[in-house]
Design a binder for this molecule. Sequence first.
Ligand code: UDX
Length: 450
Amino acid sequence: MQSKSVITVLGAGYVGLATAALFAQAGFRVYVVEPNKERLDTIKQGRSFFYEEGLDSVIELGIKSGSLLPTDSYEESVPKSDIVFSCVGTPDNPDGSSNLTYVFDAAKTAAKLMKPGTVYAQKSTVPVGTGSQIQQLFAGMCVDIDYVSNPEFLREGTALADTLFFDRVVVGGESSAAIDAVIDAYRDLEDHRDHIAHIARVPVAVQGDQYIATTLNSAELIKVTSNAFLALKISFANSIAMLADKANADVIEVMDAVGADRRIGRSFLNAGRGYGGGCFPKDVSGLISSALEYGVDLEIMHAAQNLNNQMPGYIVDKLQDELGESLNGKRVAVLGLAFKAGTSDVRKSPGVAMANKLSYAGAEVITYDPEAREEAAPDLLNHILQAETIDSAIENADIVLLATEWRQIIDYPATLLAEKMSGSILFDAINQYDALEAQRAGLTYIGVGR
Ligand code: UDX
């Protein structure tokens, strides 16, 4: 593939917008198709409509140089493209299965417009077997399009660094030429990555750099298996944390030593309020329901999911136990609403869930998040207040609950906390605060599994 190839990215969500903005810095002309007018206008002005570290600077540069072309039109973009990346949303159905309406609609609309030989690369997370159905759809429309699965592994908050300094790029499909075309595009990105990292001010990372070509179904399964395994690690750590709470052990000490075994690894063993976001909860339920369609009951994933759903309630119960009295009328400051630091995303956010549970329990809840205030507002119960600053949130609080690992939250000095609060309970639901510092300042530090 020449570096002058044209790319279209369908869908400007967390994955699509980062993908488009980065390829636009690697010598490609990139159309990014977004139907929502308000979002599209924001991108055209050189900004993202959600917060993601470093993203605005690459969008701005792409818009100024003309290499990033936001549009709401398939007709304007798709016919000119050599590769079309599908990054449309896959919301979950009430039964936990993935809603693939947008995935199929995008493929159908694009197929009518793609020139022969175009590669259609699926980045949206779909159940194993979906790609074969789309291939059949293309065959039925008599179009000469190569379909590949190119699963996405980027994390929100570190989306740019993850895409530039990837562990692996997986491309699965039947046509080796199509697989090579997609891999070549990533090689171009790799060639430009130090420069792009500099523009976006994201740290240059050490990476595995593997390109892995597989069959179509394997690629689809690799994506959900990766996320399911990480979710499993977190739920496993949380179940051990529950035991540590009872057995008077410290889950951090346990996981540090367990994770020092290279066969196990330390990552994703941080116990706390559980996982949230647009991926893990959805991918786990999607995997469970797609496996059931093949007649396989993934009980282990049911267990991981149930445990995760229990965590916000477990934390509120533990707080109640430590308090020894009702939460009714107690002023609780919940610090952090985003499902993790570095993003404004509040989908399935444990911070929001805990704030709502505390409010149900009669507490007077005041929340603070540096980036997610607007996005969290519709999900918070009516009586919950949102503070503009961390200081005003903790002022006169009986209890402070840490829910997201933003630096300004975990680095907030314990002495100031103790000074401003009227009570003394610091519940660290992310296990990231310095417990000793808290105790030295006279606070009662409570963690999860500690
Ligand atoms: C995840 C995958 O990591 C990524 O590869 C995939 O493409 C999309 O889904 P993301 O959801 O952005 O990425 O965030 P991630 O950093 O994986 O965290 C997910 C959730 O797990 C967060 O709520 C985080 O706080 C929680 N978590 C993570 C833990 O509770 N403990 C841990 O040890 C790690």
